[in-house]
Write a protein that binds this ligand. Structure first.
Ligand code: DOR
Ligand code: ZN
Length: 321
């Protein structure tokens, strides 16, 4: 099967050695990816953004990085200066996940930025979790999404890495809300993380949740809903840091083979989820790139640099040519 211009709408590449090790897996399967800015220090100014973009371009070929910057109280001049080089601005509530210490503490403080983003047609990408009980954090954030969607009706808001099915129902209620779904929230449940031996490699934020959440997420994705887009949230950490408790799943190597099995027999919906929905929702200007999957047994890598990938060593029915 041939996929046209696959796009990963949510990706962590890191920097330096790590970026060099992980980027080939995404480049090999995707035409473009939306790159997250939670580096240390965060990508939150033009100089750092252009440097980071350059590093990605130097380490890839035939691949478009759609870069994001980290939300802060930008001035109008700063925003105008960034506008041509960003896809979206990423809002992390302070301290909610990896490298988000500099995130937003009081939403109202960035209201002027959100106002300007609406005017400039810059989308807002959101890590939607409160600091409540860990399994309720996404559900508790629903009211924030409703408020943002109502207060800024012209602002396109992406609810990232949906793990709680309830949020998907907002898509039909609010015209300006969109969602990304990861491979792991689509295919795993909390059982894979803590149901048997503890698997730290499947620990991520937001947590992977219940079989019911997974079933509803799968139903939405299989329906080809226009506002549901693939965003891997592939987030590599060294094995050493994973064992210390870092959140993030490195799924990049197995994405298309795993999705090909999930969508078996329905390439049309696969194509929408992996590219068409994102391109039409956000008018993305990404050069065309065809990616072919062939029916041939393929085994996922056991290790990439010092990172253990999702489904390390697992056999798949399809392989990226
Ligand atoms: O599990 C996660 N890892 N969730 C995030 O939101 C951030 C990511 C990371 O950067 O490691
Ligand atoms: Zn992420």
């Amino acid at each position: 099967m041939i996929l046209n211009t696959p796009i990963d709408m949510h990706l962590h590449l890191r920097e330096g050695e790590m970026l060099k090790n992980v980027l080939p897996y995404t480049q090999n399967q995707f035409a473009a990816a939306v790159i997250m800015p939670n580096l240390v220090p965060p990508v939150d100014n033009k100089e750092r953004l252009l440097e980071y973009k350059e590093e990605i371009l130097l380490n890839s070929e035939n691949f478009t990085p759609l870069t994001n910057v980290f939300m802060k109280e930008f001035s109008e001049d700063e925003l105008l200066d960034l506008a041509d080089n960003i896809f979206a601005i990423k809002l992390y509530p302070a301290g909610i996940t990896t490298n988000s210490e500099n995130g937003v503490k009081t939403l109202e403080r960035v209201y002027p930025v959100l106002e300007m983003m609406s005017e400039l047609n810059i989308p807002l990408s959101v890590h939607g979790e409160t600091n409540g009980f860990v399994l309720d954090r996404e559900r508790e954030f629903i009211d924030v999404y409703k408020k943002l969607a109502t207060d800024f009706p012209k602002l396109k808001i992406i609810m990232e890495h949906i793990g709680t099915a309830d949020m998907l129902y907002l898509l039909d209620e609010y015209e300006n809300l969109y969602a990304t779904v990861t491979l792991h929230h689509l295919l795993l449940t909390l059982d894979e993380v803590v149901g048997g031996m503890l698997n730290p490699h499947y620990f991520c934020k937001p947590l992977i949740k219940t079989p019911k959440d997974r079933a509803e997420i799968q139903k939405f994705v299989k329906s080809g809903h226009k506002k549901v887009m693939f965003g891997s949230d592939s987030a590599p950490h060294s094995i050493k840091n994973k064992l210390k408790g870092a959140a993030g799943i490195f799924s990049a190597p197995v994405i298309l083979p795993a999705l090909a099995e999930f969508f078996e027999g329905d390439i049309e919906t696969f194509q929408k989820f992996i590219s068409d929905n994102a391109r039409s929702n956000f008018n993305l200007n990404v050069p065309e790139k065809k990616v072919e999957l062939i029916e041939e047994e393929w085994r996922a890598p056991y290790i990439v640099g010092d990172v253990k990938p999702m489904w390390a060593g697992k056999k798949f029915k399809y392989k990226v040519k």
